[in-house]
Design a protein around this ligand. Structure first.
Ligand code: T4K
Length: 407
């Protein structure tokens, strides 16, 4: 339990906020993205195996087992495990597309855009659909030009983007469709597991993700030829000893990461239960706070519940999202405003012509409203009660807080 158990009670007066000289109720900071950990003894057994075997990398037995587990879990033909999600994106793009302009959302972690740019593609940012956090297929359709060589959808927070509409569009226009599914391991779309859509999909297994391999990623697809090309690219283009058949990079996952991944996969259902309970606790506690909307998670489909996402309506709450974040940070609740300010307003993209004048109103509006709250194994239900009580206190005292901070 993070909250001090003894005498300290939930704060009832704005004067008790740390920002006004009060004391935090938490013993240590609460992060968004604190890693989850599986069964330690199983993990250490696997570490010992690795040391005994002296096989540390280069498609070792744990990497192969991890890939097989992922394939089974997703019902997909191929899984190519990589050193991280960003490299997985780069390899996927190089193997599937080669060059040109790529349409993608700006409302994503900057790695989606950087991976394209780093590989010599030109990212072209599209807006999200109003009322959603996902790429708007209508905007994509309007922005397709003869230079467009791929569309990349992102399943932000594990909620699949508009897959059917994008698939239809990509088929009609004969443009490859790929997905950044970094957040969506264990999630489904119309009953089918994410990982099976488009030409290929990428997962991240970074420390902060639902399933982590410390650092890691994977590309999944149902295309034998594409999978083979990605496998070669992941290993410098080696098809065998002394036999380089293509350009490649070192994108390999190591055995320690795969051991962690396998151990995490064994705990996946348990982590979903924890995440879901956390989400429901937030939902119950945040109910009725004016201007604070918890992003609904669709429980008719499989979800990992990894991200707890608020949208702050500044007009109704009468306080800015950033002020709430500042106050929470002072309390030790390190809420995050992912993906502020939007990729198109970040370097190097914002200074590129014609991007410097690009306006994506739905993305920009959302970037000003979103706030992610801590969840996962390390956050207790009592912590969540306290976080929600703080948010309620802040909103209920919005006017006086604004006066004190701005006056
Ligand atoms: N596409 C999308 C849509 C993505 O979201 C990401 C990554 C990628 C592609 C690229 O995949 P990778 O190449 O990363 O596999 C974090 C993660 O670093 C990043 O993986 C993730 N998305 C993104 C959404 O969040 P930052 O810049 O917020 O990282 P950082 O260092 O602030 O970590 C977040 C919090 O987690 C910290 O406040 C503390 C906590 N933390 C972090 C680490 C690493 C821990 O408690 N322990 C730890 O070991 O990006």
């Amino acid at each position: 339990m993070n909250k001090l158990e003894s005498i300290i009670k939930t704060k009832e007066d704005w004067k008790d906020l740390v920002i006004f000289g009060g004391q935090s109720n938490f013993t240590s900071p609460l992060h968004v993205g604190t890693p989850n950990v599986g069964d330690r003894s199983r993990l250490f057994e696997r570490f010992n195996d690795i040391l005994d075997r002296r096989w540390f990398s280069n498609n070792g037995p744990y990497v192969q087992e991890f890939e097989a587990y992922v394939r089974d879990a997703l019902g997909v033909r191929h899984c190519v495990a990589t050193a991280n999600g960003t490299l997985a994106l780069e390899i996927m793009m190089r193997a599937a597309v080669l060059q040109g302009e790529v349409l993608l959302p700006s409302f994503t972690f900057v790695a989606t855009a950087h991976a394209m740019e780093w590989q010599g593609f030109t990212p072209v940012f599209c807006d999200i659909r109003k009322g959603s956090h996902s790429l708007d297929p209508h905007r994509v359709a309007e922005m397709i030009t003869p230079r467009t060589t791929a569309i990349v959808g992102v399943h932000v927070w594990g909620e699949p983007c508009f897959i059917d509409e994008l698939t239809q569009l990509a088929e009609n226009r004969n443009i490859p469709l790929l997905f950044d599914a970094s957040h969506a391991f264990g999630c489904s779309y119309k009953g089918k597991m994410v990982g099976n859509f488009g030409r290929a999909e990428v997962f991240s297994f970074h420390a902060t993700k639902f399933i982590n391999t410390f650092e890691g990623g994977a590309i999944t697809c149902n295309d034998d030829e594409l999978a083979e090309r990605m496998r070669l690219m992941r290993n410098f283009g080696f098809a065998g000893y002394d036999n380089v058949v293509s350009l490649g990079i070192n994108g390999k996952m190591n055995e320690i990461s795969a051991a962690m991944g396998l151990t995490m996969l064994e705990s996946k259902d348990e982590i979903i239960v924890i995440n879901k309970n956390n989400y429901q606790q937030y939902k119950a506690n945040l109910k009725g706070i004016v201007g604070i909307n918890l992003l609904e998670i669709n429980d008719k489909e499989l979800r990992n519940y990894q991200y707890v996402v608020l949208e702050v309506d500044e007009r109704l709450a009468r306080i800015q999202r950033d002020t709430i974040m500042l106050i929470l940070h002072a309390e030790g609740v390190l809420a995050r405003r992912y993906f502020y300010p939007g990729c198109h307003r970040m370097a190097p993209y914002h200074s590129k012509k014609p991007l410097h004048s690009l306006s994506l109103p739905n993305t920009e509006n959302l970037c000003d409203r979103v706030l992610l709250l801590p969840s996962g194994q390390r956050v207790t239900l009592e912590d969540i009660d306290e976080i929600c009580a703080l948010i309620r206190l802040i909103v209920q005292n919005a006017d006086v807080i604004n006066d004190k901070l701005n006056g």
